[in-house]
Design a protein around this ligand. Structure first.
Ligand SMILES: Cc1cc2nc3c(=O)[nH]c(=O)nc-3n(C[C@H](O)[C@H](O)[C@H](O)COP(=O)(O)OP(=O)(O)OC[C@H]3O[C@@H](n4cnc5c(N)ncnc54)[C@H](O)[C@@H]3O)c2cc1C
Length: 362
């Protein structure tokens, strides 16, 4: 398994809890793929690659593998995050091939605004230009946008010797928000992001989108979040924030896949053109009710007979936290759909800023 992956990096962990660390990582990823475990030796997959660990005396020699440098960086970060949790520190981790001085992450790009225009009353499309975008065309449609304080020369994050991100602090601190790449043109070096212009007192990403000017520079980390579900039958639900993701999913699905789509927006004026012959799209309107309070997606789901679902159905949803909880409850508890046939994510939560997001699809 490990040998099929092209790139590798290694470290030695000399800590009394090093075995516990490896066993915990193994336990957390036991469902991710084939593994091989014997006394003092572990080989198993992680999300973005794999790990091979050997007990040598009191120390663990740990080698990670991945198929490109972005994934290798993600795998190192994953190990370091586990180490931080289990060992209480990552100070003993120093990856081979990693500069001793913090360096710019390989999965970082500085992106500059090329154009910005309103595509519906509540959606602003911004086109960014950047170098070397090919890695962002696959392996996930989501990115983290890093927004520097207005008028301040950006200081970007770096990767430390342990593989973790070192974030700028104080006046250099960045606002981090998750968005979707709506479309990407690697040859032209451009990507589009659609920003919902939502209400709120302090809304750094929406504010950025509203006032962005040509040449303005922000940062981007990614990609992440996996690719579109590969299934014969899709049920897709989302509010305004998930329109970019759902658009990409239905535009790129094979002709053999069909999709039933429910999208919640404010009014008819917020409808966006979606080109997908095999998708049947229902727009649901809040008509002035605040986003995240109307429950229209849950209502749509309740209108579906859970006893006659196609056997290859995959349910995908991206929406506000309350809707996320309701949708997940119906899909998991009422419909009993297996975990590998659903991805239900809270894209945002009322009253909570995106940097403090605690919800996930777990
Ligand atoms: C995987 C993923 C992909 C996403 N993709 C997109 C995308 O492509 N386009 C997009 O617009 N958003 C997307 N989002 C949602 C986006 O990250 C959040 O809406 C984010 O909170 C916006 O940041 P902000 O700085 O504008 O507001 P924040 O500072 O995060 O929040 C300030 C206040 O505004 C409220 N708020 C946040 N978002 C909304 C909203 N949509 N409607 C009403 N109130 C809101 C918050 O509850 C809070 O009270 C995505 C989220 C995830 C997790």
């Amino acid at each position: 398994m490990a040998l099929a992956l092209r790139l590798s990096s290694e470290t030695v962990i000399d800590h009394h809890a090093a075995v516990a660390l490896v066993e915990k990582m193994h336990e957390d990823h036991s469902a991710s793929g084939p593994d091989s475990v014997s006394a003092g030796s572990w080989d198993f997959p992680l999300h973005y690659g794999s790990v091979s660990a050997k007990l040598q005396g009191s120390r663990i020699h740990l080698r990670v593998f991945a198929d490109d440098d972005t994934n290798l960086s993600y795998v190192k970060m994953e190990v370091a995050a586990h180490a931080s949790e289990i060992l209480g520190s990552t100070s003993g981790i120093c990856w081979s091939g990693q500069d001793n001085m913090p360096s710019l992450p390989v999965f970082f790009r500085q992106i500059a605004v090329v154009s910005s225009h309103r595509i519906s009353p509540h959606m602003q499309r911004i086109r960014f230009q950047a170098d070397n975008l090919d890695r962002y065309a696959s392996g996930g449609i989501h990115i983290r946008l890093l927004i520097p304080s207005a008028g301040r020369k950006p200081v970007w994050p770096a990767i430390g010797p342990d593989g973790l991100i070192v974030w700028p602090t104080g006046d250099d601190a960045l606002t981090v928000r998750i968005y979707t790449i709506r479309s990407i043109d690697v040859a032209a070096g451009t990507l589009d992001v659609d920003f919902v212009l939502h209400p709120g007192v302090d809304t750094p990403a929406a504010n950025f989108a509203q006032s962005a000017v040509r040449g303005q520079v922000i940062g981007m980390l990614g990609p992440g979040g996996g690719d579109a579900p590969d299934c014969g039958n899709l049920l897709l639900l989302g509010d305004d924030t998930a329109i970019p993701a759902i658009s990409r999913i239905i535009e790129n699905m094979p002709t053999t896949t069909s999709a039933r789509v429910f999208l919640e927006v404010d009014t008819q004026a917020d409808i966006l053109p979606l080109a997908a012959p095999n998708a049947s799209i229902t727009w649901c309107f809040r008509n002035g009710r605040p986003a995240g309070t109307a429950g229209l997606l849950t209502e749509a789901l309740k209108g579906i007979d859970g006893t006659t679902l196609p056997s290859d159905l995959f349910v995908w949803a991206g929406c506000e936290f309350t809707d996320f909880r309701e949708i997940r409850k119906i899909v998991r508890k009422d419909w009993c759909l297996p975990k590998d046939r659903q991805l239900i994510v809270a894209y945002w939560r009322r009253g909570v800023n995106g940097g403090d997001r605690t919800s996930s699809d777990d």
